[in-house]
Design a binder for this molecule. Structure first.
Ligand code: ADP
Length: 398
């Protein structure tokens, strides 16, 4: 183990991910996940030395606090706690306040909590994770790494909504995007794969996980992204609706729906889950499609069609010199049928699928899955590694 071990914390609304990452080698010494907080099936699990362990979290009490305490005990028992050089926190929304990684202090934590208005499901949990970690590791430098930071290079024409301009000036209502750490990482890896310096590579990065977003990257800088003021906009997600006519909200209000019901429906009951009526998980959707389920097929079609439309529009954004379309995230890294369906729409841009390549790029394998002679461009699969970016950001700033 080198001298650059970083504890990476990703505190979500009902989950807590952690990993001890060697920023030099990229190895995860231990990684784990507490999930289903607040529910009877809450548990915490981790992988160490290739072995997986899972424990139930007792009912009652604050599950975030319990999980954090358990993680610290675990790290102590493995003699790791004293070896960390820093703690890195993933934060979803940095608004216009944070354009890059910052060292934590009380003011930063306060601002992260205030920005919960931009990411209600995430930022409060991020701030709570910071407070807990600062209590447990008071002498370690801690950093916040923002999901929005990579998108701060977008030009106004990409981030300004066509609303009265005062709404931007007064309330900072604009497009911020998210998943920036992932878009940054895969675009850098893609540049290596196509043999270009990072600041010369132009890509469309397609992050498809439970949350999903697509970015246009020109000469290494983000110039557009599909998520908006909050992570609700853009493509179809596991439970989030993505782009929607804003009038739907007013329509539902006139039907007597209150703010809470609308918020819950759009964030937690829509997307793949909403259309299929069955599951938010792409594996479940694919199984149901195989079994002839029409609602699941519709969910699959809406999902893949929208992804392809976004890629098409970002081909316009990037303009000349698109080096590659890059698939990542749980679905992008693993689902051959999803990539196949998207690539089928992209035939119009000359992309020809390499079926063997598409079959081979799964379960952590990178690879080329299509090529366009027309654009002198390829489509790639690259597994993302947000934890490694966070660990490296911390070490760079030390
Ligand atoms: P998160 O946004 O929570 O980090 P992930 O990036 O882990 O999510 O992606 C989760 C999604 O990836 C789920 O929809 C899951 O079904 C999908 N997925 C994972 N493995 C596969 C696979 N082999 N085939 C299809 N989809 C997969």
């Amino acid at each position: 183990m080198s001298n650059s071990l970083v504890l990476v914390i990703n505190s979500g609304s009902s989950s807590l991910k952690f990993a001890a990452i060697d920023a030099e080698t990229g190895d995860a010494i231990i990684s784990g996940l507490g999930e289903c907080f607040g529910l009877p099936e809450a548990e915490i699990s981790w992988k160490y030395n290739g072995e997986k362990t899972a424990e139930a979290i007792p009912a009652g009490g604050d599950h975030h606090q319990y999980a954090f305490g358990r993680i610290v005990k675990l790290l102590d028992s493995l003699d790791l706690s004293s070896k960390f050089v820093a703690v890195g926190h993933r934060v979803v929304a940095g608004g216009e306040s944070f354009k890059g990684t910052v060292k934590l202090d009380e003011k930063v934590v306060e601002e992260v909590a205030r920005l919960a208005e931009l990411a209600p499901l995430h930022n409060k949990a991020n701030a709570a994770g910071m407070v807990a970690a600062m209590e447990v590791f008071p002498s370690l430098p801690q950093f916040a790494i923002f999901d929005t930071a990579f998108h701060q290079t977008m030009p106004p024409k990409a981030y300004i909504y066509a609303l009265p301009y005062e709404l931007y000036k007064e309330h900072k209502i604009r497009r911020y995007g998210a998943h920036g750490t992932s878009h940054f990482y895969v675009s850098r890896e893609a540049a290596k794969m196509v043999g270009k310096p990072a600041n010369e590579g132009s890509f469309i990065t397609v992050h498809l996980g439970n949350g999903a977003s697509i970015s246009a990257i020109k000469n290494g800088e983000c110039i557009d992204t599909s998520m908006g003021l909050t992570p609700l906009a853009g493509v179809v997600m596991g439970t989030r609706c993505g782009d929607l006519d804003p009038s739907v909200i007013e329509f539902l209000m006139r039907k007597g729906w209150d703010q809470e019901k609308i918020f819950t429906t759009l964030n937690k009951k829509s997307g793949l889950l909403g259309i299929s009526g069955k599951t938010s998980d792409m594996r479940g959707i694919l199984e149901a499609v195989e079994a002839g389920d029409e609602a699941a097929k519709l969910a699959f079609d809406v999902f893949t069609y929208r992804v392809a439309k976004y890629i098409g529009s970002y081909i316009v954004s990037v303009g000349e010199g698109l080096d590659a379309i890059v698939f990542t995230g749980g679905i992008g890294e693993n689902s051959m049928p999803v990539r196949h369906a998207v690539l089928d729409y992209l035939k119009v841009f000359g992309y020809v699928e390499d079926e063997k390549g598409n079959e081979a790029a799964r379960f952590g394998a990178s690879g080329q899955i299509a090529k366009s002679e027309l654009f002198n461009s390829v489509a790639l699969v690259i597994p993302t590694n947000e934890e490694l970016v966070i660990a490296r950001e911390c070490v760079e700033r030390l």
